[in-house]
Design a binder for this molecule. Structure first.
Ligand code: AMP
Length: 208
């Protein structure tokens, strides 16, 4: 399949968890703006330091910063046949900018109700060595790596509520925007990881 895919959904929907499956199925690289921003924070770049203020508050990083990151990433050789965007676009302005530089062929929306989000995010843990994503109850890590897992600083209850508010105000309207362009495919994400993966696989295979 040529062109790019977008993984869309609220924080905690399972985008990062399901991205690996789509990468395996399509061979497209995952482009996660959240991961790119966290790498910039870790490297203490000027952009990372600016972005951190927004991330810690649960707010969206300004469009100009994000669009610059994506423009640069898409110039890399592995992006030439399309990528899997994860956590991008998050505003109509980002989607409009993307339209000018990439051919988005489908937007896979993982739908999860707000009532399930806080528990998912507060229990989420990451493996800093592999980028693996776990959950203390829903997806426990192997015992031998549990001691090295970290919790994202923005994965606390207070920040989650701000992130959900940002999602509803700025990001959720994009579902209709992509729907109007006949690109939106919705999946019920309020199920186990394996059940959602099966639905994602069916959708991705149908795009081929
Ligand atoms: P994520 O890992 O996708 O949950 O993103 C973590 C945080 O990074 C978000 O809460 C935002 O502060 C910021 N962020 C990630 N992607 C974007 C984006 N496309 N637009 C604006 N802010 C973003």
């Amino acid at each position: 399949m040529s062109g790019s895919l977008v993984l869309f959904g609220p924080p905690g929907a399972g985008k990062g968890t399901q991205a690996g499956l789509i990468v395996d199925l399509t061979g497209k690289p995952q482009v996660s703006t959240g991961d790119m921003l966290r790498a910039a924070v870790k490297a203490s770049t000027a952009m990372g330091m600016e972005a951190k203020e927004y991330m810690d508050a649960g707010l969206l990083v300004p469009d100009s910063v994000i669009i610059g990151l994506i423009e640069e990433r898409l110039t890399e050789a592995d992006a030439s046949a399309g990528v899997l965007f994860d956590g991008f676009p998050r505003t109509i302005r980002q989607a409009e900018s993307l339209e000018a530089i990439a051919n988005v062929v489908a937007v896979i929306s993982i739908e999860v109700p707000d009532s399930a989000i806080v528990e998912r995010i507060v229990g989420r843990r990451m493996d800093p060595e592999t980028g693996g994503i776990y959950h203390v109850n829903f997806n426990p890590a192997p015992p031998e790596i549990v001691s090295r897992l970290i919790q994202r600083p923005d994965d606390n209850e207070e920040t989650v509520l701000a992130r959900l508010a940002a999602y509803h105000q700025q990001t959720a309207p994009l579902a209709a925007w992509y729907g109007e362009r006949d690109l939106l495919v919705s999946i019920d994400g309020d199920h186990s990881i394996d059940e959602v993966a099966a639905a994602v696989e069916t959708v991705v295979r149908g795009l081929a």
